[in-house]
Design a binder for this molecule. Structure first.
Ligand code: GDG
Length: 512
């Protein structure tokens, strides 16, 4: 007897599950919280909802059996070693990621990566279609799954589909470089609602629809006629900004616990009790501006504007995408620079840079935030940057100062930070010095305003706003939310033929 897959009214799909399966040396497997901004944000949103999460479990090979964790149903999707290379490391992180981040490093185009991207997106769409209850809400996340909305729509016309882009959406001039630009846009247009971090991202998307697909846009909507379809199948898709945030209250509470406060003091003491502790915490990614930050810091040391042990920098670089060349090179470059700064400016017992290539538990991160006098968030391009908001949420003491790049989505909300352009090294140096020397009153005033903003616009509010926007999106007026039996049978037949068509299409492209 086969056990039917349970279905859910809310299905979230993201490249990664919130938990990774890790296998230790003795072959024992266990589950560990997976890293990254998306999981951090969605974790608190999923709590207490009867929902399923579809995603990859982080290990190559067959998918583990579905299971439940903290009331959430986890539906793993398998990826073979080749698919990890071509869909994830290749197309997602070496083609799309650079194009969507201002081509800070050049993008790589390979047709076989694209074919694998389609195959994997189709697999995700099938898993979603199996897990979604009739009339369910499906919330797809991020650039790895841009074809999923249209694929799910073809399989399950009864569900409501949203997509949220955690990274920037590029200007059309950059997006247009992608040989698969049309298919990507059409994939996204299968959704009812598309959410972006900034208004500029939503506008870039709408402009791409106008310029590359010749579609009509009006305010924040685009009218879409599916390819080969009749005009009566026209749909209106809404695209607008709903900036992501953090769980303010949970972080605030965590940072108020005596153990975190004591650990913050301990961190400062073990760094030699500097007068000013500068802090950077980033995934080791070329978008995060770590090299520019180190350059500015090195020059400030060279200018004798600052010196250890009075001023010191702690840089945490969280390991990321270690098998992609650009990330390997970045790590080498960052570590060479840290070595050279320390060689020149450290003294016995007082290093100029404390560099940590590691991942830390959340309470340790909170203690670091609480210990730092100046937080350096200097990305060259970043969808939002949750670190900036997490720092603010932890500073219940109104201490600390945030240096923030105008190229982070967070800049659009956190105007009271010390704003910098990381490409302008001279300007960055001045901003860091302003943050270091600002009178305590001014720092407190700024921090208070920043905290109010993040507390009023926390991650719970983000999720509510997103789901409300999705529920009231203008699209799909053609079908009732819950189909009649007859309609459902018809839809199922259509689904089967759609699946066959999609399977055949995937096979054809796979053979090319
Ligand atoms: C994408 C977009 C957007 C980092 N190191 C550790 C750790 N982290 C957590 C942080 C934070 C998250 O990872 C990183 O957030 P970012 O915003 O910097 O994000 P990306 O991973 O680049 O994510 C980004 C985000 O999506 C959300 O939409 O803001 O622009 O690129 O939450 O705390 N957490 C723990 N240990 C670490 O060592 N526990």
């Amino acid at each position: 007897m086969t056990v039917a897959t349970p279905t859910f009214d809310l299905v979230v799909a993201a490249n990664r599950l919130p938990l990774d399966r890790v296998v230790d040396d003795s072959g024992e497997s266990s589950w560990r919280r997976s890293p990254g901004g998306l999981v951090t944000a969605m974790e608190s949103v999923m709590q207490g909802r009867d929902a399923a999460w579809v995603g990859w479990a982080g290990e190559p090979g067959p998918a583990p059996e579905p299971f439940s964790d903290s009331g959430m149903y986890l539906q793993p999707v398998c990826l073979s070693p080749t698919e990890i290379q071509e869909y994830y490391e290749g197309f997602s992180n070496d083609t799309l990621w650079p194009i969507f981040h201002d081509v800070i490093v050049p993008a790589t185009f390979h047709r076989n990566w694209w074919n694998t991207y389609r195959t994997v997106n189709h697999r995700f769409a099938q898993a979603i279609a199996q897990t979604a209850a009739p009339g369910a809400t499906v919330w797809v996340h991020d650039y790895q799954l841009q074809l999923v909305p249209a694929m799910v729509r073809a399989m399950r016309p009864d569900v409501r589909i949203g997509w949220f882009n955690h990274i920037p959406f590029p200007p059309v001039e950059l997006f247009a470089q992608l040989p698969w630009r049309r298919a990507l846009l059409e994939g996204l247009l299968g959704a009812d609602f598309l959410g972006f971090q900034r208004t500029a991202d939503a506008e870039n998307f709408l402009r791409a629809c106008r310029r590359l697909l010749g579609m009509a846009t009006k305010a924040d909507t685009v009218t879409f006629t599916p390819p080969g379809d009749d005009p009566s199948a026209r749909r209106t898709v809404r695209a607008s900004a709903i900036p992501i945030s953090v769980d303010f209250r949970a972080l605030d509470e965590l940072a108020r616990t005596p153990v975190v406060i004591a650990r913050a003091a301990q961190i400062r003491a073990s760094l030699g009790d500097p007068k000013i502790l500068l802090l950077g915490i980033d995934r080791l990614d070329y978008t995060k501006g770590i090299r520019h930050r180190l350059k500015a810091y090195e020059e400030l040391l060279g200018d004798k504007a600052i010196a250890p042990p009075d001023v010191t920098l702690m840089q945490v670089a969280t390991p990321s995408r270690e098998r992609v060349d650009a990330y390997r090179h970045l790590r080498e470059e960052v570590e060479r620079t840290v070595g050279s700064i320390n060689g020149e400016y450290s003294d016995i017992g007082s290093p100029a840079v404390f560099y940590l290539y590691q991942t830390y538990p959340r309470d340790e991160m909170a203690a670091m935030f609480l210990a730092a006098d100046v937080m350096l968030v200097t990305p060259l391009r970043d969808g939002m940057n949750l670190i900036a908001k997490e720092y603010v949420a932890c500073r219940h003491d109104l201490g600390g100062a945030l240096v923030l790049s105008e190229f982070a989505g967070a800049w659009h909300e956190l105007h009271q930070a010390f704003i910098c352009n990381p490409h302008d090294v001279e300007g960055l140096k001045q901003t860091i010095m302003r943050a270091i020397t600002a009178p305590q009153d001014e720092r407190r005033r700024r921090m208070k305003a920043l905290r109010k903003r993040v507390s009023d616009h926390d991650v719970q509010r983000w999720a509510t706003r997103y789901l409300d926007a999705l529920a009231s999106a203008p699209a799909r007026p053609h079908r009732p939310t819950r189909a009649s039996d007859e309609e459902r049978r018809g839809a199922e037949r259509a689904n089967r033929s759609n699946r066959r068509a999609l399977d055949k299409a995937s096979e054809r492209t796979g053979q090319r």
